[in-house]
Design a binder for this molecule. Structure first.
Ligand code: SAH
Length: 262
């Protein structure tokens, strides 16, 4: 008989820092009490969410995600730390979730699929891709996943509220290779160019020319884009020395790519 995991109830206890009783007193006596509590409290939190994440990645693999590096990154990033506490128990389900200001965090399956396409077999000896640009930081979840598979992540968000939220969410992870930018991603981010990959978390009518300019030769853009029939599909653009090759993949449902900041 399988034991019912204590997730998610115990997740609320954790804040990214080692679990310490909220009431821990300061001072010599408090410190002694804290040591005793530390030995009985903390391990469950990480282990429980790890088990649920493990189930999530097993499902991703069953759904066709084959890249071991992507599976590893999806298993490593604690998605529950990026959603509101009321949604924590849905954090590892294959569903998109609201992150505030009318925006959503994509399903794990879509995040994994897009990152797998972004990598597309191109990587160095360590298995990582070089510098990438993410359009639409949102809550910062995908940027955290990207930080495990790329050397450098530039992520740009047009809504100040979400840019700040992502900064708060990512602080505890101390990801030195993630750079959060506030601005209109339609213009890309020229200072970081050229990029080995550009990944958009919002769908536009067409891929903005700035992204193509800022893409390295041999690089790829993965972007939800409006098709002539009015549906949104995942588009892969590959830049070679002589051409820009476009591949249209499956239908998707992303929030709109908008210009300007707010
Ligand atoms: N990758 C995000 C998903 C965010 S949803 C995550 O893991 O949470 C898409 C985001 O794109 C929204 O936050 C939206 O505000 C942002 N967005 C839309 N148009 C944009 C633009 N032109 N520049 C930057 N961000 C944009």
């Amino acid at each position: 008989m399988s034991r019912r995991p204590s997730f998610p109830a115990r997740l609320d206890l954790s804040s990214g820092a080692p679990a310490v009783p909220q009431t821990a007193a300061v001072g010599a006596r408090g410190a002694r009490n804290q040591r005793i509590s530390d030995s009985t409290l903390p391990s469950g939190v990480g282990l429980d969410s790890g088990a649920v994440r493990h189930r999530m990645v097993m499902k991703l693999a069953a759904q066709g995600i084959t890249d071991a590096k992507v599976i590893g990154a999806m298993g490593a990033v604690e998605r529950h730390r990026f959603v509101d506490s009321a949604l924590v128990n849905q954090a590892y389900e294959d569903t998109s979730l609201p992150i505030g200001l009318g925006q959503t965090i994509s399903k794990p399956n879509v995040v994994a699929r897009m990152i797998e396409l972004l990598l597309g077999g191109r990587r160095d000896a360590s298995g990582r891709l070089g510098r990438v640009l993410e359009i639409g930081t949102g809550c910062g979840y995908q940027a955290a996943v990207l930080s495990h598979v790329c050397w450098e992540v530039y992520s740009i968000e047009r809504l100040r509220g979400l840019h700040d939220k992502a900064r708060d969410n990512l602080r505890a992870f101390r990801l030195a290779n993630v750079h959060l930018l506030f601005g209109d991603g339609m213009a890309g981010y020229a200072k970081g160019a050229p990029y080995a990959g550009i990944i958009a978390a919002a769908g536009g009518d067409a891929v903005p020319p700035a992204w193509i300019d800022q893409l390295a030769t041999g690089g790829r853009i993965i972007a939800p884009t409006l098709m002539p029939d009015g549906r949104q599909a995942l588009v892969v653009l590959e830049k070679t020395a002589s051409e820009l090759k476009q591949t249209v993949l499956e239908a998707v449902h992303f929030v709109p790519l908008k210009s300007g900041i707010a």
